[in-house]
Design a binder for this molecule. Sequence first.
Ligand code: 13P
Length: 291
Amino acid sequence: MSIVNAKEILLKATAGRYAVGAFNVTNIIQMEAVIEAAVNKNAPLIIQTSVTPSKFIGPKVFSAVYRTLAESAPIPICLHLDHSTDAEYCKECADAGYTNIMIDASKQVFGENVRQTKYVCDYVHNLGSITVEGELGTVSGVEDQIKVAENEAALCDPDKAIEFVEKTGVDLFAPAIGTAHGIYKTKNPKLDFDRLKIIFDLFNGKTPTIPIVIHGGTGLQPDVVKKLISLGGSKFNVSTDLKHVLIDSTYDYISSHRDEYNPGKIDKAMKEAIIKRIESWIDLFGSAGKA
Ligand code: 13P
């Protein structure tokens, strides 16, 4: 009952003008922590794995743990493959039980991005209730195996956005609007809010149809996050922040317990730190109580 694809929870979020947190995890304890936080907040949830951790743990293992935990959770939860540039790996994860797949062909020329995104959509939609995210324009920064220099980044062209969505059959749309993966160099990165509004209205002006994804959540100021949500962003991606919480909380625990050799206690300290951080993101996204 709690296993859902991304589109169904995001259409509701789009209509209600809140965002569902899409949190990248690298291991099973993080996955448990993220779910526990969302249950505490009674919030819908998207768990994401980038390609490297997905391959390291294995898509079947991630999916099996997700399904076991989600089936008994009282909230809707989606498992999303993040930024796969490999269409065949997208298919493998969909076969393994992921419920949302991102094919990221945004570095390719437009026609090739369309071709690869459509290829994944056609395959995945045939499997049943699994949805697909595509990206147009390029988001700068580093996300797992993808690196985009600032001078390579290109914002999404709204005219091309309509053509992209129509030709591919994609379910969620990630337009590049100036956000970046990783740590921002400045406190106030230059974001194109007007472009976001135009693109949102193209697809969701009258009725929510294609939910809009915001990449690069880490480091955005709370008022900026709220503005992006008010303009229609309904899937909000956070990754780097959670990596920092994991590493810092582990380091802090070990540093202050140098004579203790009890891995379970390190895991517990890390898990508690992640739960706390996810709860604060959920409060910021306005999704508490929306499960
Ligand atoms: P951050 O690492 O900047 O939070 O970005 C996350 C993201 O967009 C994952 O797709």
